[in-house]
Design a binder for this molecule. Structure first.
Ligand code: 4AD
Ligand code: MG
Length: 459
């Protein structure tokens, strides 16, 4: 049977037309003679009101119209007398598609986000998660649009890899070996017997393969899941998160920053235009500053400074930080927050000490720093990490040796520097950090449908 989405009906002025809607009952209230049913189908944050005359249906049918039940309503679309809605449906026919009894956990409104995490299988039916899921979609779509409009090609990089892109070493293993009976060779596990004939892992980043693509087709981006097995139980870390990684031939660090800033502004402007209702809901219920913050980032020019300058600002501030400030430290959340608040702007920090950054970043002449960049945002901290890449074969190889990156596993990466190397740059945007910023949520577990964190892989 044909049915119409509630998002379309609420915009319609097709009065007296017969329509059918399908969705989940949010609430039912009413007097002796009529029942008012608030129905939501997830297409939009609002419900449509269905008015049912009890005499027409009898209590028997209406008994199934309980909070959480899934129903289909056919009736006339009429102008609403009630406040806060333009149209409503005068029900002629109601069918119960799926019952929900009084044990349905979302009986009333106002559950805590922690409680909703425990019922992640049902939370898409709440206003908050409906809004977040719709926003997450629009954000993803806007990202694809941004890159497509600028001639980037979407490159599908592998999820299973035999290399550790970040040299961090905290990866999830992929194996089909019997863990109770591991094959041995010369006192070690014999990975030649494993599925791929070698040790493999879930990828921590698509960057290295992204570089291979960029050095052939120029502009590429990846958009896929990435995995990190660090035991970080923080509101900003997931074990499985989605990363967007553009990689661009013939782009230096300054071009890289322009693309990063342009992309963030584009996506935020896009959702400000396309997701007004959901943003208004989140702004009202969770964070009154949300829209101001989004507008600020969409309009203001980001502050750009080197790591050395940033350290000077922190030192001159006279503020007592928990982690003392000194040139060479890996900046902590408190330092990043201070910078963003001090300038009251997103801040892009560049040229970090080489000892705290990955092997592939382009080395500066000073021998101490590399052409890395982090984009720091109000509210969420580091949202993007990136760099210009070291394109010089000898410098790259030397750095890999110093950092004990096995060159025999990375022969293919090195060959791009041997054959037709070129200056190139790229960065990684953590999707959940961006969704966090845009929705005003405070925990990444609340901006991905089914979060994966230490000791948690339910659903
Ligand atoms: O700074 P990261 O580790 O950089 C890279 O992976 C580079 N290979 C990117 C590149 O140059 N192509 O991660 C990039 C971003 C971070 O800035 C952060 O937004 C996000 O990914 N991120 C996480 N998000 C959620 N949970 C985690 N555990 C994250 N780790 C990083
Ligand atoms: Mg980083």
């Amino acid at each position: 049977m044909q049915h119409t989405k509630i998002s379309e009906l609420l915009k319609s002025a097709d009065y007296n037309k017969e329509v059918t809607v399908k969705g989940w009952v949010r609430s039912r209230r009413g007097a002796k003679s009529v029942a008012f049913i608030a129905l939501n189908d997830g297409s939009v944050i609002h419900t449509i009101q269905c008015v049912a005359e009890i005499a027409k249906f009898g209590e028997e049918v209406l008994k199934g119209v309980t909070t959480g039940a899934c129903i289909s309503v056919t009736g006339k679309l009429v102008q609403s007398q009630g406040q806060g809605q333009s149209v409503e449906i005068q029900a002629e026919k109601i069918s119960i598609l799926g019952n929900a009894d009084e044990t349905y956990p979302l009986q009333k409104k106002g559950h805590t986000l922690e409680f909703l995490r425990d019922i992640a299988h049902l939370r898409p039916r709440t206003n908050t998660f409906g809004a977040i899921l719709r926003l997450r979609h629009h954000i993803s779509f806007a990202i694809h649009q941004f890159f497509n409009d600028r001639g980037f090609f979407y490159l599908h990089t592998p999820v299973i890899t035999g290399s550790d892109a970040e040299g961090a070493g905290e990866m999830f293993r992929v194996t089909t070996l019997d863990l109770n009976k591991l094959p041995q060779k010369e006192g070690k596990i014999d990975f030649e017997k494993d599925f791929f004939g070698k040790e493999t892992n879930l990828t921590v980043s698509g960057q290295l393969e992204g570089e291979l693509g960029a050095m052939g087709v120029g502009l590429v981006y990846t958009f896929g899941p990435t995995f990190r097995a660090e035991n970080s139980n923080t509101p900003r870390h997931l074990a499985e998160f989605w990363m967007i990684e553009p990689e661009m031939a013939f782009h230096d660090l300054s071009d890289n920053m322009d693309v990063a800033e342009g992309m963030l502004k584009f996506v935020i402007s896009y959702v400000l235009d396309h997701c007004k209702d959901d943003l208004a809901f989140l702004c009202e219920h969770y964070d009154k500053e949300l829209l101001n913050r989004l507008n600020m980032v969409a309009k203001e020019t980001f502050k750009r400074m080197t790591y050395t300058e940033a350290i000077e600002v922190l030192e001159k501030s006279g503020k007592k930080f928990e982690f003392p400030v000194k040139w060479g430290i890996d900046m902590q959340r408190e330092h990043e927050n201070f910078l963003v608040e001090h300038f009251n702007l997103p801040v892009i920090v560049t040229d970090y000490p080489r000892d705290i950054k990955a092997f592939y970043m382009k080395q500066n002449e000073d021998g101490k720093t590399v052409r890395g960049m982090d984009v720091l945002f109000p509210y969420v901290g580091e949202i993007i990490g990136g760099s210009q890449r070291e394109e010089n074969y000898d410098k790259l190889l030397k750095r890999m040796q110093e950092m004990h990156i096995p060159e025999k596993d990375m022969w293919w990466y090195l060959e791009t520097r041997k054959f037709g190397t070129c200056p190139h740059s790229g960065f990684g945007l953590g999707l959940e950090r961006l969704v966090l910023f845009i929705t005003g949520m405070t925990n990444v577990r609340d901006v991905i449908p089914f979060p994966r964190t230490p000791k948690n892989a339910e659903f």
